[in-house]
Design a binder for this molecule. Structure first.
Ligand SMILES: [Zn+2]
Length: 106
């Protein structure tokens, strides 16, 4: 794999692909093709060669949404578990069907 891209800052080809950035996190950075130059430490985009690339805002929004959905699922899961436990421990009270004899007057 010849994924060595020339550094736009110093011209070195000794760059390494980043797998984590504070903005992109561990979720998006592998998809963003960010390269960090080993010679000068510059960070640039592997395809466009743009220096100091920024993570698109939509990706951050999606990250927040994913976190929210996961926490929501977790809370829902925990709540359903506790409700299941509650129904198991509480014995179903058999509702006696009271048959009220209709007073039949003759
Ligand atoms: Zn460089």
């Amino acid at each position: 794999m010849s994924s060595h891209v020339q550094c736009p800052s110093c011209g070195s080809r000794d760059g390494r692909k980043l797998f984590y950035t504070p903005q992109g996190g561990i979720l998006w950075t592998p998809f963003l093709n960010f390269i960090k130059c080993r010679a000068c430490g510059a960070r640039f985009h592997g395809q466009t060669g743009q220096l100091d690339p920024q993570v698109p805002k939509a990706m951050r929004v999606i990250t927040v949404l994913i976190i929210l959905v996961f926490t929501g699922l977790f809370v829902g899961f925990a709540m359903s578990l506790s409700s299941l436990r509650r129904t198991k421990t509480s014995q179903p009270t058999a509702v006696p069907t009271i048959t009220v004899p209709t007073p039949s007057r003759r």
